[in-house]
Each structure stands twice: as C-alpha cells, then as structure tokens.
Design a protein around this ligand. Sequence first.
Ligand code: BGC
Length: 250
Amino acid sequence: MARTPGFGVDVGGSGIKGCTVDLRSGSLDDERVRILTPQPATPIAVAEVVATITGEFGWHGPMGVTLPSVIKRGITYTAAHLDPSWKGLNAKSLLSEYCQVPVVVLNDADAAGLAEMRFGAGRDSDGVVLLLTFGTGIGSALFVDGELVPNTELGHLQIDGIEAEVRAAASAREDEKLSWADWAVRVSRYLQVLENLLWPDLIIAGGGVSKKADKWVHLLECRTPVVAAALRNDAGIVGAAAAAAEGRVR
Ligand code: BGC
C-alpha cells in the first residue's frame, strides 16, 4: 500500500505532540516528538513549540493542529487548559505564520473522533456515535451518520451541580487517588446523563486513559455499548493530519 503522508500536532495542557502520519492506514509514520507545553501557554509560546516540532520533521505541506478549544473558522473562542489570551484569536493565521505552512485548526476531541471514525473503533459505524476523551478535562466529539457535529463541549455539562469534567476526567481519578471502580461510578453517572439526552448508538472511550481500558471500561454501567478508542493517545495527531489533508475548516 502506498504511503500518503500528512502531519498533525496535538496541543494539550501538559504536552504538545506531533508526527507525520500515514493517511492510508491512520498510523504514525515516525517516532512522535513531544515537548512540554510552555507555561503560561500563551499563543506565541505554543506557536514556537509547534514550529519547532514542524521543523524537526522538515514538514512543508498542509498541517493540522488541535487545541483544547472551541474553534470556528480558525478562531479559538475558548481556552480550557491554555492561557486565556487564546480567546478570540485567529489561531490559524498565527500558526500558519510561525510554521510557514498551511494550517487547519480544530478541537482536540473532534480530531480524535475523526481519527477513530476513519481508522479506529468507530470505523463503518453509522447512527449517532459519541467519542469522549478522558484526560485533564473531558472532550467530546459527536457524529451523525459519520458527519461530525463540531465543538460539542459535553465535558462541561453540569451534573448534580458539578461540571462533569471536574468529577469524571482522568485527572480527577489521579488527583483524588480514586480506585478504578470508584472512578467508573462517576463516569457511569456521566454516561447515563449523556445517553438520556442524546441516545447514541455507540460510545467510544478515548484519551490517554484508554491505554488502560481493560481496568475500567468493563466496569461502566450504561445501556449504550462502550468501546475503547483504538488509536489510544495518537488519535489527536492522526485526526489533525486527516483534517488538514482534506482541508476541513468550519
Ligand atoms: C475543553 C474542550 C476539550 C477538552 C479536552 C475541555 O475542557 O473545553 O475543548 O476538547 O477539555 O481537552
């Protein structure tokens, strides 16, 4: 199978990771590069890191960059785990200028969802598919018959008076030293609320903690089938690269 290279960078609150991607198979094409997210994570500090990663690969083609933000037509409207100065910024222009390549920017969970739908756990799934990423926060990507409904932000849903990601993100399990079983009770409550509102046909559990899916996914209690993300923590990079290759901008 011929290689079709793309390039994706996944910007998170703790690390910025990038790699070339084989767009036929949806796998990383090289050893990924990870650099700690600068603190404060201002737009220029982050753009410099993204440009460093792009330079390390000598990449000159279209590139996708994910951010933990609501993004419309290149503008970042929120900045959950980044410096507040991202709000209202034209992130697409800034990153294109720093990296000297055409850039597509998209929400991190939306990118992970695109990758899972194309190459991973959601492959060939129609109907309503919900991907959730459990990490520092909770990201969501909603698909209807394979089409992304962008920027859903379901991690911020208030449940029992508390934001879902505060109680059920993977970071809550670590910070509060919860057992897998106790954390699964919180995630189950969240999934039950979501399924009563959206009636998905499939839920894909992603984010870094999907690497340890065997410890917790079977403990979840909800009526919707839940499967672990197949691309694990690389889904953001792969989805970003795919979005850029397709020129996906909303
Ligand atoms: C942000 C989302 C992001 C998610 C995962 C949330 O706090 O609001 O935009 O997708 O974290 O990083």
